[in-house]
Design a protein around this ligand. Sequence first.
Ligand SMILES: C[S@@+](CC[C@H](N)C(=O)[O-])C[C@H]1O[C@@H](n2cnc3c(N)ncnc32)[C@H](O)[C@@H]1O
Length: 247
Amino acid sequence: MPPQAESRQGNSVPEAEVAAMFDAIAPVYDRLNTVMTAGGDGRWRRAAADTAGLEPGGAAVDVACGTGKLSVTLAERVGPFGRIVGIDLAPAMVAAAGAAHGDLVQLSFQVGNALALPFPDAGFDAATIAFGLRNLADFEAGLRELARVVRPGGRVVCLELSMPPQRGWGRLFRSSFGRLAPLVAGAFGHGRAYRYLPSSLDGFPDATSLAATMRAAGLAEVGFRRLALGAVALHTGRVPESGAPLG
Ligand SMILES: C[S@@+](CC[C@H](N)C(=O)[O-])C[C@H]1O[C@@H](n2cnc3c(N)ncnc32)[C@H](O)[C@@H]1O
């Protein structure tokens, strides 16, 4: 399938608004996710953790970590001698993550921006971002920043909603998602905030275009697989060894 002709390069909603919206939904975020994905989200995050290719004792940063669901899965993979840092723009999300998973020595959470990670170059074996890239003001810059903090040979993994490639199912998915997300969220008292969720998918690069964006961000061996009939895509790329040609 050829890359999408017109896709957005970034999210136009100001960062302060994005953070306030996620702060507001932090208390119900996990329950809403489970309801809206019929429990599939756990499976997708485990697939993302597998893709990161971490060994016991390894180190990774989980960017836009939210309530820390992927971070904790990564922490289980690296074990007590590893190091996982979850970082998120919304303080209430970071507080919820710490409250839920504060008992693992190898896992910590902090507030920070994906577009300016407070870490030196090449300090991690992997960087992950799950359902977070769509929220960034510049997708390529976000991926470049994830790649910057990963050592040569390490992986950047992106799990994200995607537009299914089959036209009919794609349209059906888009319109049902646009109606259902605010409705389900409304039942939890957060309908307004959850109107942002489907709108943030409008113009987001399809899986093929996102792979091209990852290459443009300097990643090699870029690949992806579709999950949930294409409604979710799991992308990975490798930080090239210095001087190695991009593949
Ligand atoms: C849909 S949630 C995903 C959370 C989590 N990764 C998961 O899998 O459930 C998106 C998260 O991205 C965070 N976020 C949005 N913009 C960000 C930015 N510029 N830097 C860091 N985090 C950001 C939000 O605060 C929110 O917690």
